[in-house]
Design a protein around this ligand. Structure first.
Ligand code: PLP
Length: 407
């Protein structure tokens, strides 16, 4: 039986303070107690249903966390003020000085920089590996490795992680498997495939309106309680707290995620197929030419498709820049980082979001400077978008007009 994440979200029912159809927003940083005894119980974590201080938790954040846990099929979730807030808190919670992380080498630039440049301050080192090579993954594990980290669909190379196989490896060596599922919400449910901890940057598809930065951690009740522990929890002590007004707003956007993901995926598959027929170098996990097409297909909740992200390599940075500028001028989208917006967003990751990764490492992972990353929007007429994008490519001689497949 396949997992139905959007139905899990919709199974939740809310009643606001005055019978509102949305939960009331808790606009308070601190909470009163009728008795001093309940306050001290709260500090020790024994006062069910009581709130203490909004850095610890707030009703609004709990509502959003509950919906995200339902979506990922985990016992619990906590929300953070950014995706990096979620990632840094989880890694610092799981690792002590002397521990090692084993991470995919194709990950979000900020995560890479955090592991490579920041964690060593605490004597926590990271080994980077080609996550699609399971033998190499197993070879790199040593006695100090504590965490196996990957993205389900990686940024920006769109490599797909074999989550079930990685979960088996993690179990064998008693590691925690942490999966950043930002690129494939609803399509892939890592926890149902064996991941211990699932992380999201809510900034992207889940919120979907490019108006905020936010994050989440979905996991067991035990781990989420650890993160929020008053004395030892990274989410409590580092303070990556989401504001209640914002979490109420993200919850409302989450409810249309399934409709948006279907449209993002539909549009991205359409463009990927057409541009592949035009003999451009397109990478999209929904194309049969993608090395992990079958793997994605086996893992996915099929109704949501292969996601909204694709890349096209136009050969060199000058052509990439010219194309992005022209597409923006023709209102085909924005030359901007980030993803999951209603408009198409494009950027050249080699010089932007992945610029933290040194050039030699970029080329060893196949990240060329002519690579454009697209987050395909919710365009109502994707055929028209295709024709206009193709026109830009012909004008810039990225496509010769005789290359174009007849449509
Ligand atoms: C954007 C992003 C992050 C970081 O999230 P923020 O909300 O910007 O802090 C982490 N992982 C992936 C895959 C991302 O795309």
């Amino acid at each position: 039986m396949s997992f139905k994440p959007a139905s899990k979200i919709q199974d939740l029912q809310y009643f606001g303070e005055f019978g509102g159809v949305n939960p009331s927003i808790s606009d308070s940083s601190t909470y009163t107690f009728l008795t001093a005894k309940t306050m001290s119980d709260s500090f020790e974590g024994h006062a069910e249903g009581c709130y203490l201080y909004s850095r610890h938790s707030s009703p609004s954040n709990l509502y959003l966390g509950q919906a995200l846990a339902a979506m990922e099929g985990t016992e619990a979730a906590c929300v953070t003020s950014s995706g990096m807030g979620a990632i840094s808190s989880v890694l610092l919670q799981l690792c002590n000085a002397g521990d090692r992380i084993l991470s995919s080498r194709t990950i979000y630039g900020g995560t890479y920089a955090f592991m490579k440049n920041f964690m060593p301050k605490f004597n926590i080192q990271t080994d980077f590996v080609d996550i699609t090579n399971l033998e190499a993954v197993e070879d790199k594990i040593d006695k100090n490795t504590k965490v196996l980290f990957c993205e389900s669909v990686s940024n920006p190379m769109l490599e797909v992680a074999d989550i079930e196989a990685l979960a088996d490896i993690a179990k064998k060596y008693k590691l925690k498997l942490v999966v950043d599922n930002t690129f494939s919400p609803l399509s892939i449910s890592p926890a149902t495939l064996g991941a211990d901890i699932v992380i999201h940057s809510l900034t992207k598809f889940i919120n979907g309106s490019s108006d905020t930065v936010a994050g989440a951690v979905c996991s067991s009740r035990e781990f989420i309680d650890q993160l929020r522990d008053v004395n030892e929890g990274a989410c409590m002590l580092l303070g990556p707290t989401m504001d209640s007004l914002r979490s109420a707003s993200v919850l409302k956007n989450l409810r249309t995620l399934h409709i948006r993901m279907k449209q993002h995926s539909h549009n991205a598959l359409f463009l990927a197929k057409r541009f592949e027929e035009d003999r451009l170098k397109v990478v999209y996990p929904g194309l049969h030419s993608h090395p992990s097409y079958k793997l994605f297909y086996q893992m996915m909740n099929p109704q949501y498709g292969f996601g909204g992200m694709l890349t096209i390599d136009v050969g060199c940075i000058d052509k990439a820049n010219d194309l992005m500028e022209l597409m923006q001028k023709r209102n085909l989208g924005y030359l901007a980082v980030s993803l999951g917006f209603y408009k198409t967003l494009f950027s050249a990751p080699g010089t932007s979001t992945s610029s933290e990764i040194p050039e030699e490492e970029q080329s060893s992972m196949g990240l060329s400077d002519g690579l454009i990353r697209f987050s395909i929007g919710l365009d109502n007429d994707i055929e028209q978008t295709y024709i206009k994008m193709r026109q830009c490519m012909v004008e810039l001689k990225i496509l010769e007009s005789h290359d174009i497949a007849v449509v």
